[in-house]
Design a protein around this ligand. Structure first.
Ligand code: NAP
Length: 328
């Protein structure tokens, strides 16, 4: 698992190890900072995938499958595109090139539903043409294309997992987990009882709980003999507006016996009830359903668990400026 110090990679390392896989973890930052103990794994490597020596060590492990979760976040991509292209695209090319020269296996690349851009409509299947609107999404499209190239070359099968908006707690604390909209809403209600949206809340998202992402990867790795699809959605298959999500966090807080939080739009206007925005799109999740996977953490349960987790955080330094549109 690359990106083992990150939100999804870190969670996957633990879950895969618990499921009996021999997990080799690649960390970039030192393990203590990432909160993941290398002792849990069969092998751990430290370093940056842009470094050929690090890639060589990874190739030397002769892994049967690689879950590629290493990636520069959106903020870094926007700050330094040249560096991000090296991390998110060129490193994957060089790794797969080197892997294909000596071994064979299965490369599961974590991509994002952001590749579709914002103009999605109706049922969005994996055959829908990507129309990236951000440099971050563009890099995911490019990395998917790299995977497609090596898949066609035949030694390494490659599957691109287009993941929706992940939230919830599992594994180590990471900045990416903390940037998730749902966690920010939870922290906002805890710190000052107000969720401030950065819009009118009509933007729509598919929120998937981290445990369902873990289960999806486990389900796929549990069928190694099968020719996998080249692209698979990892999503809940349900779409809701950001305002509805905020309201559901507010109501979950109230169910914990706390005063109901206020929800404000970008102009500071209080939104007194959930709005009914027409559902504009829905991600087709049939490919995962076909291998026996179903999302099983409902939004209510996931939010309540996230709220409890936020409540258990020390201090009250959790004041959040609001939800940033486009965050993962
Ligand atoms: N989180 C979501 O909601 C979400 C949704 C859809 C798709 N995804 C995709 O899923 C993947 C994983 O996301 P995440 O949320 O787990 O991200 P994350 O928490 O930011 O983790 C990414 C990890 O990759 C590492 N990394 C970055 N560049 C590297 C390099 N050159 N060499 C080695 N390691 C490197 C980072 O190391 P450092 O710790 O040193 O920075 C970090 O530990 C990404 O591709 C992301 O786009 C995430």
């Amino acid at each position: 698992v690359t990106g083992a110090g990150g939100y999804i990679g870190g969670s996957l390392c633990h879950v895969l190890a618990r499921a009996g896989h021999d997990v080799c973890a690649l960390f970039r930052s030192p393990a203590p900072e990432s909160g993941v103990s290398p002792a849990t794994f069969s092998a751990s490597i430290h370093g940056d995938l842009r470094d050929p020596r690090v890639r060589e060590r990874l190739v030397g492990l002769r892994c049967e499958a690689i879950v590629h979760a290493a990636s520069a976040p959106q903020s870094s991509v926007e700050k330094d595109f040249d560096a991000a292209i090296q991390s998110n695209v060129a490193a994957a090319y060089s790794l797969l090139d080197r892997l294909s020269a000596s071994t064979s296996g299965w490369f599961l690349n974590l991509s994002s539903v952001q590749v579709y851009g914002s103009k999605r409509k109706g049922s969005v299947s994996e055959d829908t043409t990507p129309e990236p609107e951000t440099s971050y999404a563009l890099l995911h499209v490019m990395r998917e294309a790299v995977c497609g190239l090596f898949d066609r070359r035949g030694r390494w099968r490659c599957t691109n997992l287009r993941v929706a908006n992940v939230y919830g707690t599992s594994g180590p604390a990471t900045s990416s987990r903390d940037r998730s909209a749902i966690r920010q809403f939870c922290r906002a209600v805890r710190s000052d009882g107000v969720i401030r949206l950065k819009s009118d809340g009509s933007d729509q998202r598919d929120f998937i709980h981290i445990r369902d992402v873990e289960r999806a990867v486990l389900a796929m790795l549990g069928r190694p003999g099968e020719r996998p699809h080249d692209v698979v959605h990892v999503a809940s298959g349900e779409t809701q507006s950001v305002l509805d999500a905020a309201w559901r966090v507010a109501l979950a807080w109230e169910r914990l016996g706390k005063p109901r939080p206020r929800v404000l739009d970008a102009n500071g206007v209080e939104l007194v009830r959930p709005a009914c925005f027409e559902e504009r799109y829905r991600f087709d999740i049939q490919r995962l359903v076909d291998i026996g996977w179903q999302p099983n953490t409902t939004f209510e349960v996931g939010v309540e668990q996230t709220l409890r987790d936020v409540l258990s955080e020390p201090g009250d330094s959790a004041s959040q400026p609001g939800w940033v549109a486009g965050a993962p």
